[in-house]
Each structure stands twice: as C-alpha cells, then as structure tokens.
Design a protein around this ligand. Structure first.
Ligand SMILES: [Zn+2]
Length: 164
C-alpha cells in the first residue's frame, strides 16, 4: 500500500481495529510520516448458477433449500439434518472455487448428498430434477440405489412400494 502523500510503499501499522466484517488499520509512512487508513473486508462471494438455456442467476440458498425441503417432506429426519446437508453442499460448491456453477452440476451435488441422507427424498428430488421420461429411467435410478453401499437401504422394492 503506497503512501498517498509520497508514494513510498513502506508503512507501519500504528493502530488496528477489527469491526464485524472489516479490519481498519491506521498506518504511518516510513518515509514522510504521513498518516493514512486502510480497510480490509471479505469479498462478497457471488456465485452464479448457469441454467440449461445459458441464463445466469445469482445463487440463492433459499431457492436450493425449497427444493430440498420439498423432497424431504414428511420424512423422519433428525432436526437440522436438512440445514446441515445444505451447508455441506455449499461447502462442496465453495471447494470447486468457481464463480459459476452449472445447474446440472448443482443438481448432481444435491442428489449425491441426498442419497446418503434419505433414499425417498433422493428419489423425489431425482424425479423432479431428472424429469424421468419413462418408468425405465426411474427403475434405473432405483436399481442404482440398491447397488449402493448402505446396508440399511438395500433392495429397491421398498422404494418402489413407496412410490406407488
Ligand atoms: Zn509518505
């Protein structure tokens, strides 16, 4: 940070104040002794979701949550588990380190996370998101589930029954 008076890049911090979302520093130029302030704040992480038709929309947790809560409706899930799932998904998005995410990638992430939380919710979400064209595609997803590693959830009959 150059001194605004003489342009010297060296300065020393004489005071530092941390506010909720910002750190302010009072600096003194090593050359001319001029005093100036700097501030540091976390950049708003704006993530855009790229839809299938190429439109971009700012990511909204609420929007994602609505779809997931709908899929989890009346499922016997522990309190807070859906919020935890959403936070987990957001962390995974963050790890991708991108400014935008394809809606299909986001959908796949949700499905992957839902699969380990609740299979009924997974199927419900998948049937909306994947827009199963026919019963064959749905069966395929169910068969994929029964091949999963969760021993409590083996066998797709339960899920087929639940859907009927
Ligand atoms: Zn200076």
């Amino acid at each position: 940070m150059k001194c605004p008076f003489c342009g010297t890049p060296e300065s020393r911090v004489v005071d530092s104040r941390g506010l909720e979302e910002e750190v302010r520093r009072r600096r003194a130029c090593s050359n001319c002794g001029g005093r100036f302030s700097t501030s540091e704040r976390v950049q708003n992480h704006v993530l855009f979701v790229v839809k299938k038709d190429g439109r971009r929309e700012p990511y909204e947790r609420q929007k994602l949550a609505t779809g997931i809560y709908k899929a989890c409706e009346k499922r016997p899930l522990p309190t807070g588990s859906v919020e935890k799932l959403i936070t987990g998904i957001e962390e995974q998005i963050h790890e991708l380190g991108r400014a935008e995410i394809l809606s299909t990638t986001l959908g796949d992430l949700v499905m992957r996370n839902l699969e380990s939380l609740d299979h009924i919710a997974y199927i419900r979400f998948a049937s909306v998101y994947r827009d199963f064209a026919d019963i064959g595609a749905l069966k395929e997803a169910l068969d994929g589930l029964s091949a999963g590693q969760n021993p409590q959830c083996s066998g797709s009959d339960r899920y087929k029954r639940a859907l009927n």
